[in-house]
Design a protein around this ligand. Structure first.
Ligand code: NAP
Length: 277
């Protein structure tokens, strides 16, 4: 499954929408990025996201805060962005430092600007099956499944990993599409046996080649969201591709879709804010 190509098509549509918004209102969609400290990976991620914004005609407003900023200081900054009518979406790059109450910081993001899908409001809306912004990586996974017309109803989806930004919402979105969902995590007993039953497998662990190709059910759809240094996913791609019906590579699968969803949701937030919907 070619995430790079789908992300390119998604970003073309995002660019067209951003240009349309600018033409109709004189205002470009605007994403605020908030970075705490100078962790090299976080700096790179934010730079990549801002570069993609620029390419798509989305303005980005960057706020860099020192690593030692307090929870109160970060909440204040995010609250200001939430109240700023010129900002349509807010991205808090995480993880933030361990001394910061990350949940408090996320909750300072106004729901209508939560384009990264990190607030309790967004999570609950997703759980209720109501409109709202979804966490970008699970959102990207669903778009990939839809682009390849994967029929999810009644299928056994096995999600390995249950983080709040990835595994858990991915399973909820699949459940919302009538899949029968099993979650696996570090305390799961008999994980390979469960993986072998998966019609749709979502790997979201973060351990290189954790899932063996021999455990893939023949014909299964395999989505590998994992990423470990050296461009290695959670699934042993070379052996898994022999058995899978569809499979995402690493890189070029889920990864490119994450940013595409972020930008798409930013344009959607601007569209709603500017009363164009
Ligand atoms: P995370 O918060 O560390 O969660 C990892 C999950 O894997 C946890 O639920 C954990 O279980 C489970 N796990 C760990 N060891 C396990 C084991 N031996 N057996 C079964 N389950 C195990 O990570 P994350 O943020 O969800 O990210 C997961 C991976 O996706 C990482 O490689 C990350 O780089 C990648 N990722 C990619 C994108 C993208 O844009 N492509 C975005 C986000 C993340 P417990 O809950 O029991 O600890």
């Amino acid at each position: 499954m070619d995430g790079t190509a789908l992300a390119r098509r998604t970003l073309e549509a995002v660019s067209a929408s951003a240009a349309d918004i600018l033409r109709r209102t004189g205002t470009a969609p605007c994403l605020a990025t908030v970075l705490v400290g100078e962790d090299p990976a976080s700096v790179t991620y934010v730079r990549m996201k801002r570069a993609r914004c620029a390419k798509a005609g989305i303005e980005s407003r960057h706020v860099a805060l020192p690593a030692e900023v307090s929870t109160a200081g970060l909440v204040e900054t995010i609250t200001e962005l939430s109240e700023d009518p010129g900002v349509h979406g807010i991205l808090l790059q995480h993880p933030v430092g361990p001394h910061i109450d990350e949940r408090a910081a996320f909750e300072a993001i106004a729901p209508e600007k939560d384009v990264d899908g990190v607030t309790m409001h967004s999570f609950a809306a997703m759980g209720f099956g109501l409109p709202g912004f979804v966490s970008c990586t699970p959102g990207g996974i669903m778009r990939l499944l839809d682009a390849y017309e994967v029929d999810l109803a009644g299928k056994h989806a096995v999600v390995v990993g249950r983080s709040a930004i990835l595994g858990k919402p991915a399973g909820m979105l699949l459940l919302g599409r009538d899949a029968t969902v099993t979650y696996c995590h570090s305390r799961t007993v008999g994980l390979p046996g469960l993986v072998r039953e998966a019609d749709v497998l979502i790997a979201a662990v973060g351990r290189p080649r954790f899932i063996a190709g021999t455990d893939i059910k023949p014909g299964a759809v395999v989505i590998d969201a994992g990423y470990s240094p050296g461009n290695v996913g959670d699934v042993d791609f070379e052996s898994a591709r022999e058995r899978a019906g569809l499979i995402t590579p690493v890189p070029g699968g889920v990864g490119p879709m994450t940013i595409a969803v972020l930008l798409d949701q930013t344009v959607e937030a601007a569209t709603r804010r500017l009363g164009l919907d």
